[in-house]
Design a protein around this ligand. Structure first.
Ligand code: ADP
Ligand code: MG
Length: 478
């Protein structure tokens, strides 16, 4: 029996035991590198460190069993080894969808070592975590700076206003109110203001908060001690950055607090910057006095970037990631995503993820497929919370009742947190709803889980890869 035949037989058995998506994800592009009968040792080639860890941790036992069943107990040891290329003699073990893959390469993979993810040792990302900056301590993403922001048609005014604000905190344009559609760089600009202020070493009393967290923090603080801490904190700042302020609308008590915070800070000449998905007047449930306060300073909108700007943004992201894409792929991307920078970026990340996972470049055909699956993500409404949770359960091969239950083992806790994160991120569920969906947990548990996973996703490590795979499955089901 050749190595190929051996592995085919093993896969044939495994395929019967695993769900199709799990089988495809973990066994696609695997093969037997060598079988040393004397040492009773099999080396299995896998496309990346991520798969290596999964096979080792989750599927080692069944793999071992199958190998022994097929070879008549000739295997004592299995080694999973990351192999960039399979030896010429071994035929690819193709899963169904892969059989149709042909054509020229659409993307060039980064040279080994250029991109840190995917090829490192498992667990490496935990070790390389850097120390938190001042900005990160208040919740600012260090990547959101003026340097990484491409100025062009659609955002020039907002960008200029933000820079002016930094150069003279509280003196010009106070408050600054930025509004516009999703994914157009509002949060990026808002956080760039904060990051730049920290870099200047001037004002230290800076807060960045989303309006929704502002509401939650306020409610919490009132419950715990009459809201005193909250007031002390938010009324003694040099710079307050509130993201997505449209969420304040309708929340009565918080609106009141917001109004007082605003007045106090304004009178102290502290700088206020807000973002919103709509102009102040269009925020429902906001009293006139608050609207007029918000309109008092400068209002700048962001609109969709023009073609040139989209190209420049994509170029900048490619440089940041040390990646090359063929011109035709770049053109395809910038013409496919005309409205929303976040989606353009999302598509790029997905292409990179795909290339890294399978350790080779994507074809233009594949890129088109990836993009069409992203487009179907706008059918968010089609996915229910239940389906989402089920997808997570299936991915990790755990039991639904265990996920809902109280077990605190890591094998359950992490999937549970990821389910919470995805309910929030993908379906916009509120924290109380998320708590209910996961077996009646408290909303603060959901909130902490969400924040924890957001941080993990930012580290671009294993968790992020797992989440990307789960999302892929979620929308494939459609
Ligand atoms: P919004 O808050 O308006 O919904 P974000 O600020 O979250 O949008 O932007 C979405 C993504 O697009 C972010 O990753 C951001 O860095 C990126 N982005 C948006 N506009 C630009 C730009 N002009 N230059 C570089 N990156 C941008
Ligand atoms: Mg935003």
């Amino acid at each position: 029996m050749t190595n190929d035949e051996l592995w085919k037989a093993v896969l044939g058995e495994l395929e019967l035991e695993l769900s199709k998506p799990n089988f495809n994800t973990w066994f696609k592009n695997t093969f037997v590198v060598s079988f040393n009968e004397g040492e009773k040792e099999v080396v299995v080639g896998v496309p990346n460190a991520f798969t290596q860890t999964w096979l080792q941790n989750k599927y080692h036992k069944p793999i071992m069993e199958m190998l022994n069943r097929i070879t008549d107990e000739k295997v004592k040891k299995v080694i999973y080894q990351v192999e960039m290329t399979r030896p010429a003699s071994t035929a690819a073990v193709e899963t169904g969808e892969e059989a149709s893959r042909h054509g020229s390469l659409g993307a060039t993979l980064p040279r080994p070592g250029q991109v840190g993810t995917g090829q490192g040792k498992p667990g490496q990302e935990e070790e390389t975590r850097k120390e938190e900056t001042l900005g990160e301590k208040v919740g600012l993403n260090p990547r959101y700076t003026f340097e990484t922001f491409i100025v062009g048609g659609g955002n020039e005014l907002a960008h200029a206003a933000c820079q002016a604000v930094v150069s003279a905190l509280g003196q010009k344009y106070n408050p600054l109110f930025i509004h516009g559609g999703v994914g157009l760089g509002k949060t990026h600009l808002l956080q760039a203001v904060g990051n730049e202020v920290f870099r200047d070493g001037g004002a230290k009393r800076v807060s960045y908060i989303t309006a929704e967290d502002f509401v939650n923090a306020f409610v919490e603080s009132v419950r715990e001690g009459g809201g005193k801490n909250f007031k002390n904190h938010y009324r003694n700042l040099d710079l307050l950055l509130i993201d997505d302020v449209q969420f304040i609308g309708g929340k009565d008590k918080t609106k009141e607090e917001f109004f007082h915070t605003f007045n106090t800070l304004y009178q102290k000449n502290a700088q206020l910057v807000f973002t919103s998905d709509r102009p102040p007047k269009a925020i429902s449930g906001l009293e006139d006095r608050i609207v007029s306060r918000l309109e008092m300073g400068m209002i700048a909108d962001v609109t969709s970037p023009d073609l040139e700007t989209r190209r420049a943004i994509l170029d900048a992201k490619l440089i940041e990631k040390s990646l090359n894409l063929e011109d035709k792929v770049v053109e395809y991307l910038v013409s496919s995503f005309q409205r929303n920078v976040r989606e353009l970026e999302g598509a790029l990340n997905k292409i990179i993820g795909y290339s890294e996972f399978y350790n080779r470049a994507c074809t233009l055909e594949e890129i088109k497929k990836i993009i069409s699956s992203l487009a179907s993500q706008s059918r968010r409404g089609a996915v229910t919370p239940r389906q989402l949770v089920k997808t997570v359960v299936d991915f990790y091969e755990i039991k639904m009742e265990d996920l809902m239950g109280g077990g605190r083992k890591k094998e359950l806790a992490v999937p549970r947190q990821i389910a919470m994160y995805l309910l929030r991120e993908e379906l916009d569920c509120s924290y109380p709803t998320i708590g209910d969906e996961l077996g009646g947990r408290d909303h603060t548990t959901a909130m902490h889980a969400y924040k924890k996973i957001v941080r993990e996703v930012d580290q671009e490590g294993r968790i992020k890869q797992e989440i990307d795979l789960i999302k892929e499955r979620l929308y494939e089901q459609g």
